[in-house]
Design a protein around this ligand. Structure first.
Ligand code: ZN
Length: 174
């Protein structure tokens, strides 16, 4: 993984990530408006950070939604009455979609790109995320929903992803 500026690796660099933050603590960044108050946050960046904390409306998620919309699917977002609050719910198809960032959710595409420092810290964090994901998946499958996982890296090949989505969604409810 690339490190941001001269600081420690912070997490996956996002396209909208312009500033050079050196601390890993989101709440500190929000409170101080930057690391040690050096970097001020633009409203855009602040809202991006907030969405990272809540884990909703991330860029990959928005992209998947607009892809689904373009394909003519009807869906709802973040239904809290379902286990794990799936990112996207297609009631008519009996399907839910989780959009996973490759780093945080431990996708195989990032396996050899672990941060060089604090490796154990990150490995444990990511492993915990993976376990939580698996738990959510089981809980929601047990209720009869089909679960589709979309990885962030799949968005690099939209046509292939569209195919995967169509196959997964049409095969279920018709
Ligand atoms: Zn990936």
């Amino acid at each position: 993984m690339k490190s941001i500026g001269k600081g420690r690796p912070f997490g996956p660099p996002a396209p909208s990530w312009g500033a050079r933050y050196h601390c890993r603590d989101f709440s500190q960044i929000l409170r101080l408006g930057g690391c040690r108050g050096v970097d001020r946050l633009s409203p855009d960046r602040r809202s991006w950070l907030m969405s990272r904390i809540r884990g909703t409306n991330t860029k990959p998620e928005v992209e998947v939604r607009s892809m689904l919309h373009g394909m003519g699917y009807r869906f709802r977002l973040h239904r809290r009455d379902l286990p794990g609050t799936p990112d996207i719910v297609l009631p008519g198809r009996g399907a839910v979609i989780f959009v996973h960032g490759c780093f945080w959710h431990g996708h195989v595409c990032k396996r050899d790109k672990m941060p060089k420092s604090r490796t154990v810290y990150w490995a444990e964090k990511i492993e915990a995320n993976r376990r939580r994901d698996a738990r959510k998946r089981r809980a929601i499958t047990a209720l009869g929903w089909k679960v589709v996982i979309v990885w962030e890296c799949e968005l690099k090949r939209p046509e292939k992803l569209a195919e995967k989505l169509q196959e997964a969604l049409d095969d279920w409810g018709g």
